[in-house]
Ligand binder design. Structure first.
Ligand code: GLU
Ligand code: ZN
Length: 491
């Protein structure tokens, strides 16, 4: 395919929250468009009025923007094939359905649901293929009149050609479907509403899509779409059948397919807990693709430079939250400090921050930020890590207290207080020496000696580097907190 001629599309239905599988599909399409200098078309498949919502539509746009995807054609940006919301293209589908019927590629099917079910059951029992049996392919005018007199409302069915369909999947190689496995299928409901089976390939044809990259779950619709495409070509509506590439399933817990309903699959979850878009995209790109065997961390630009659908692995990919977090952590480290402090901003104010806004101290935040940057997996962890600087008292955490405050902790804290009192408070090293010396006086290694100090001052057993934290909090507050801890121990 020559540069510039690739046209891919991302065409979600606005039902519910965007999920990670959807994002992976968007990413691979977008990356392929950018890699080839092609066009990324964003289309909204909102023909299912019962399930689609305006709220989901807004969320989709917002999510794509947050992820940093730009689309060349689509909602809000327009383009030569506008509109890009299927709910605004109903006339087109109606016309195409008529043309298909007129040319004999589709027909009215008058079978009722219960008749279909009955024949399906009978076919199953007889060991025959259980798809639609083609009963209404030839309906005489008398039968038609009879059906209509009975008040039957027909659906429109596409007539599958009686031939084997073979195509070369960009990911899976050559695939073959025999006619008995691909029966005639509905394209328009009895109420006149066009179905996904029609509108999706019709729009792909009209929007001149060259490559259809989508989830493996849609593989079974591909032979039908190819047949429909061929009919559209005959009618002069489509130019050529696009190439198809089916992206591997994403597996969740217990090696089950990650479903849209799995809480783990919700994009918002990752956004809210402070994944960076670049970290999440890096991780999602690994669900079926890799830059190289020994490089897991890369920028989106590096991905775009290297991405080719031909390299996508057809095997199911496993979604591994730990790995996603580790990759995100690496991307947090890659930010420059200023960028890092800015990205943390949402978690430093309500509703996440437990401190009063006026107690937030910009200078202290800037001092602690570089230490936090090397430790976070997700940005939301920032709040707990720095709250000791802005809360009047350290956070209360009974488990931490119980773990750190042992027999003899009071004696150690008293010595530590003494040594800290005379330490150099412009040097974290000096504060460390003070606690080290206090530990030595009580026969404790640094790790054991610093635990009660950490809990007294920050409230928790784990946190940012302790001596830098003490230095930034300041002498007065540190000593006051040690005194408060001593009082609590004495009580
Ligand atoms: N609207 C369809 C979906 O979200 C698009 C499928 C496709 O990419 O063909 O499942
Ligand atoms: Zn029928």
């Amino acid at each position: 395919m020559a540069n510039g001629s690739v046209r891919v599309r991302f065409c979600p239905s606005p039902t519910g929250n965007p999920h990670v599988g959807l994002v992976r599909t968007a990413l691979f399409n977008w990356a392929y468009a950018r890699h080839t200098g092609g066009t990324f078309v964003f289309r909204i498949e909102d023909t299912d009025a019962a399930r689609d919502s305006e709220e989901s539509y807004e969320q989709l746009l917002d999510s794509l923007r947050w992820l940093g995807f730009t689309w060349d054609e689509g909602p809000e940006v327009g383009g030569p094939h506008a509109p890009y919301r299927q709910s605004q293209r109903m006339e087109t589908y109606k016309e195409v359905a008529e043309k298909l019927k007129d040319a004999g590629h589709a027909y009215s099917c008058y079978c009722t649901a219960s008749e279909l079910e009955e024949r399906r059951d009978a076919a199953r029992a007889a060991g025959r293929p259980s798809g639609y049996d083609g009963k209404c392919r030839e309906v005489t005018p008398e039968q038609k009149a009879q059906y209509e007199a009975e008040g039957r409302e027909p659906i429109v069915r596409f007539r599958m050609p009686d031939e084997t369909i073979t195509f070369t999947d960009l990911v899976r190689g050559e695939l073959t479907f025999t006619p008995e496995n691909v029966p005639d299928y509905g394209i328009v409901r009895a109420n006149g509403a066009p179905l996904y089976t029609l509108v999706n390939p019709v729009d792909d044809a009209l929007m001149e899509i060259t490559h259809v990259l989508r989830g493996e779950d849609l593989l079974s619709s591909t032979p039908r779409q190819i047949a429909l495409y061929k009919a559209l070509i005959e009618l002069g509506i489509a130019k050529e059948v696009p190439s198809f590439g089916h992206l591997p399933y994403v597996m969740g817990e217990g090696n089950k397919k990650l479903s849209k309903r799995d809480p783990q699959s919700s994009l918002n979850l990752y956004r809210e807990c402070g994944f960076l878009p670049e970290g999440l995209l890096n991780y999602l790109s690994l669900l079926g693709w890799s830059l190289s065997a020994d490089q897991d961390i890369f920028t989106i630009e590096e991905m775009v430079a290297a991405f080719d659908v031909a390299d996508v692995n057809p095997n199911p990919a496993r979604f591994d939250l730990k790995k996603a977090e580790a990759i995100n952590a690496d991307h947090i480290r890659l930010l420059d400090v200023k960028e890092f402090t800015e990205r943390c901003a949402p978690w430093l104010r309500a509703p996440f921050a437990p401190w009063a806004p006026e107690d937030f101290d910009e200078a202290k935040w800037e001092a602690i930020a570089p230490h936090a940057q090397t430790r976070l997996k997700v940005l939301s962890e920032i709040t707990e890590n720095v709250d000791f600087l802005f809360l009047p008292e350290p956070a209360e955490d009974e488990a931490s207290w119980a773990k750190a405050m042992k027999e003899g902790s009071d004696a150690l804290l008293r010595t530590a207080r003494e040594k800290l009192e005379s330490a150099d408070w412009t040097s974290a090293e000096s504060l460390k020496e003070a606690v080290l010396a206090a530990g030595e006086a009580h026969g404790l290694k640094l790790g054991k000696a610093q635990a009660p100090v950490r809990v007294a001052v920050t409230g928790r057993t784990v946190g940012l580097p302790l001596f830098e934290s003490l230095e930034i909090l300041g002498k007065e507050k540190t000593l006051a907190r040690i005194d408060a801890a001593l009082a609590k121990l004495a009580a």
